[in-house]
Design a protein around this ligand. Structure first.
Ligand SMILES: [Zn+2]
Length: 76
């Protein structure tokens, strides 16, 4: 039998999970400074961490020519 109290408890759990998500998101943004810019040696594609919103380390390959991240050079 679902009582009002049980419903309230479920909602409280949901909202506290949401709070935790938001806090960890903020912590991540503070930890990683996205200032690096890398260029693909093969095709000239520029990976700008600030524009992409993610660190170069998350790149698995060049989106244009599919060269591995090892084929990139750091510009700054
Ligand atoms: Zn490339």
């Amino acid at each position: 039998m679902n009582t009002i109290l049980e419903e309230l408890r479920k909602q409280q759990i949901k909202s506290s999970v949401l709070d935790m998500d938001q806090q960890s998101e903020t912590a991540k943004k503070e930890e990683v400074k996205l200032t690096g810019v890398y260029r693909c040696r093969a095709c000239g594609y520029i990976f700008d961490e600030a524009l992409e919103g993610k660190p170069f380390s998350t790149l698995t390959e060049c989106p244009l020519c599919h060269v591995s991240p090892g084929g990139f050079m750091r510009l700054r």
